[in-house]
Design a binder for this molecule. Sequence first.
Ligand SMILES: C[S@@+](CC[C@H](N)C(=O)[O-])C[C@H]1O[C@@H](n2cnc3c(N)ncnc32)[C@H](O)[C@@H]1O
Length: 271
Amino acid sequence: MDLEDIEIHLLLEGIYLHYGYDFRQYAPSSLKRRILDFARLEAVDGISLLQARLLRDPACFERFVLALTVNVTAMFRDPPFYIAFRRRVVPLLRTYPFIRIWHAGCSTGEEVYSLAILLKEEGIYDRCRIYATDINEAVLRRARSGIYPLKMVEAYESNYAGARGKGVLSDYYTEKYESAILRASLRENILFSQHNLASDGSFNEFNVILCRNVLIYFNKALQDRVHELFYGSLCMFGILCLGSKETLKLSPRESDYEELAGGERMYRRTA
Ligand SMILES: C[S@@+](CC[C@H](N)C(=O)[O-])C[C@H]1O[C@@H](n2cnc3c(N)ncnc32)[C@H](O)[C@@H]1O
């Protein structure tokens, strides 16, 4: 192990002991690059000095969490996913009187509001309670606000059309100066809160869990932990939705699910 890797190892142990945040099983090469970038950004000379600062300065630690995690997201990201969700998952959900949904790793919330729009258009939003979680308090604050730069939201119009939205996206926001303010009715049944997939446990039983574009940043052991968590948090015949580059294949829970047709990484718990 070279010296820098030892320092990173100690840094991650220290953070885990002090803050309870476990980054020890994140994919190592991108983790190292992000830590070094963060040290440069904070003008700290070396990982050991960074460790001292992070352990004593919670504000610096919040910036660190933000720098370490990739928060890229979009409304109606991967439009075919939403077409498949309407076709394959919504008919199953219609059979339930009450529907619990968990968005794990929701980032700034665009994906959660996209699903809320879809559920409204399908007439089942009122029956849903959506729990949207992320490790990162800073992105959750933005998600709760439901306010996004207008230019960005306007650019999502083509995603929405590609996802076979039933109206126009502008039906769901009002414009104020350079911002798009999402309709408060979209937020009514959404609860945003902090949850760490690397260390926290199950907190409810869900009919649907969406965790898209999160597991790619974890190593295999952490991915397996999270699959165990999702399995324990899904009711029988519940649906798990992963990102387009993620799969249940080779996870210890693979045989407990069947894949819904369409290749959109949607799985139904069958055991
Ligand atoms: C690339 S974004 C994906 C956002 C959204 N799911 C999507 O597909 O557009 C990854 C998110 O996972 C979150 N994340 C990373 N590690 C996490 C952990 N241990 N527990 C919960 N969320 C985590 C990050 O903060 C980030 O917001």
